[in-house]
Design a binder for this molecule. Structure first.
Ligand SMILES: NC(=O)c1ccc[n+]([C@@H]2O[C@H](COP(=O)([O-])OP(=O)(O)OC[C@H]3O[C@@H](n4cnc5c(N)ncnc54)[C@H](OP(=O)(O)O)[C@@H]3O)[C@@H](O)[C@H]2O)c1
Length: 264
């Protein structure tokens, strides 16, 4: 089977590329990154499909800067890749499209069949992308709070700031299930049919997560830092964040079991 991955240089795309040989040893993975063109452009899409003739596409390319997705300077570009491209690709090829737990704003945990309730530009874009993919017979894979090796994620930024001895403000009133990118990749590479959730088992808050990372660093490196709890409202973020966008089933390894990989 030939599996094409878009957004292959992003956090989850990279993890898929790294996991493919072990997860699908008999299949051929084609990694498509930025230098291969704008995958929201129909000409680029058709050229990629002609050249690579994939049997399945794992679509990780997205405009992921949540607070900019509705900004007048970015909204057109964000909607092209988050809203329009997914349906166009799903019409042409068996598609597994990555969506977000942010499509939910009601209290969780949310089952794959739960009604979405997006709030904010980014969440609305992801919900519209989902509808388009489903309409065209594609598959929707929801993920959330992903962190992992390489690049900048909340996990790496947290470790960097704690190592530097900074005081880190961490939100204490949002429930999260931090999920290791390589676990997400293994799960996505099973190519589940329909709408699926790819989420770690343990619930915490960003504050709880930051405290555990801080304790891990202090044990191994004797760093001195401070973690301070804040409320979501204190951050005054331009795009609203859900307070309980937990997903179920949550079957991937819990974040505590991945802490060593994060702090070493
Ligand atoms: N990471 C999370 O915690 C999380 C949570 C919920 C949902 N998701 C979903 O998971 C998917 C992957 O997320 P991620 O964290 O891996 O994102 P990411 O690290 O931001 O990677 C996205 C990649 O897509 C590329 N890209 C964006 N627009 C493109 C376009 N028009 N043509 C070609 N490439 C384009 C980006 O390139 P540039 O950097 O050059 O723009 C980047 O390499 C997204 O659908 C996202 O909504 C992620």
């Amino acid at each position: 089977m030939r599996i094409l991955v878009t957004g292959a240089e992003g956090l989850i795309g990279r993890a898929i590329v790294a996991s493919a040989a072990s997860a699908r040893p008999r299949d051929h993975l084609i990694a498509v990154g930025r230098s291969d063109g704008d995958v929201a452009d129909p000409r680029v899409r058709e050229a990629l499909l002609d050249r690579h003739k994939p049997d399945a596409v794992l679509f990780c390319a997205a405009f992921t800067a949540v607070d900019r997705a509705g900004h007048p300077d970015d909204i057109v570009r964000a909607e092209q890749i988050n809203v329009h491209a997914p349906g166009d690709w799903a019409r042409r090829v068996p598609l597994w499209w990555l969506s977000s737990n942010f499509v939910f704003s009601t209290p969780g945990p949310h089952a794959p069949s739960a009604a979405v309730s997006p709030k904010g530009a980014y969440a609305h874009q992801k919900a519209q992308g989902e509808q388009a993919v489903i309409r065209e017979g594609g598959n929707v894979c929801r993920v959330g709070w992903v962190y992992g090796p390489g690049g900048r994620t909340f996990g790496s930024t947290l470790v960097e700031r704690l190592r530097a001895g900074h005081t880190v403000a961490a939100v204490a009133d949002v429930l999260v299930q931090p999920t290791w990118s390589l676990d997400v990749a293994q799960s996505l590479l099973t190519l589940p049919e329909g709408t699926s959730h790819h989420m770690a088992a343990e619930t915490t808050s960003w504050y709880g997560f930051a405290l555990a990372v801080q304790a891990g660093l202090e044990r191994t490196e004797r760093t001195q830092s401070t973690v301070a709890p804040v409320r979501l409202a204190d951050l005054a973020l331009p795009d609203p964040r859900p307070r309980d966008a937990r997903l179920e089933p949550a079957t991937l390894p819990g974040w505590r079991s991945r802490l060593n990989a994060l702090v070493t």
